[in-house]
Design a binder for this molecule. Structure first.
Ligand code: VGL
Ligand code: ZN
Length: 208
């Protein structure tokens, strides 16, 4: 069992990212049993939940004439436009019912500001607004953030990079994640993570 300094950060295991969901990640449901097994090896776990108002700036439907997966320049930079997903208090925003991390201490909801997206569990898309997760982790003495969940190349990667910037050791558990992979985004994400010193393992390296 890993000590409290090691935190399993389980990113966005929500119905809208599952096959058939509003922003489906291929094979996204396959992470659920893997995350459940991992969770039993960690004494400390935190979950994230993508949690948007229906009027959210990241939804293509909220921009006349725009389609999902196009990009748009917003005041804080380039934004991919997505299908309407993870709307606050809807079924699609719910955590998967087969996800079992009963000892998770905290659920960080992100993307709740109407005009700013947040892939990262640490800092919103404007790159200045904190979610509070860094302060929480520091406060409870966390040293090493281990990531699992969806999607590898967006919310997992951005969270991993920001965790490194905040000074934590960071490891992504590759087989416990699945990617969206838009125009090479997965390859770029792994490159950026490698450059930042993020470690990459498989769940078997932890569980065996
Ligand atoms: C995510 C796109 C939009 C993710 C969330 O969880 O990776 N991707 N919102
Ligand atoms: Zn989102």
């Amino acid at each position: 069992m890993k000590p409290v300094e090691d935190v399993l950060l389980v990113v966005d295991v929500q119905y809208d990212f599952m096959p058939g969901g509003a922003l489906a990640v291929a094979c996204g449901d396959e992470v659920v049993p893997i995350v459940n097994r991992l969770a039993r090896a960690f004494s400390h776990a935190v979950l994230t939940q993508d949690w948007h108002p229906r009027s959210h700036v990241s939804f293509a439907a909220n921009h006349a004439g725009r389609k999902p997966f196009e990009t748009m320049t917003l005041p804080y930079g380039e934004q991919v436009l997505w299908s309407v997903h993870c709307v606050q208090d809807t079924e699609g925003a719910a955590l998967h019912r087969d996800l079992h991390v009963p000892h998770a201490r905290l659920v960080i909801r992100k993307g709740h500001h109407e005009r700013v997206d947040s892939y990262s569990a640490f800092i919103e898309g404007d790159r200045v607004t904190p979610t509070g997760l860094e302060g929480y982790l520091r406060n409870v003495g966390a040293k090493h953030v281990w990531l699992a969940g969806l999607a590898t190349d967006y919310c997992v990667a951005w969270s991993a990079l920001d965790a490194r910037t905040a000074g934590f050791d960071v490891t992504v558990i590759e087989d416990a994640c699945r990617a969206i992979d838009l125009d090479g985004s997965l390859e770029r994400a792994w490159q950026d993570m490698r450059d930042a010193g993020v470690r990459r393992v498989d769940s078997a390296d932890i569980l065996n």
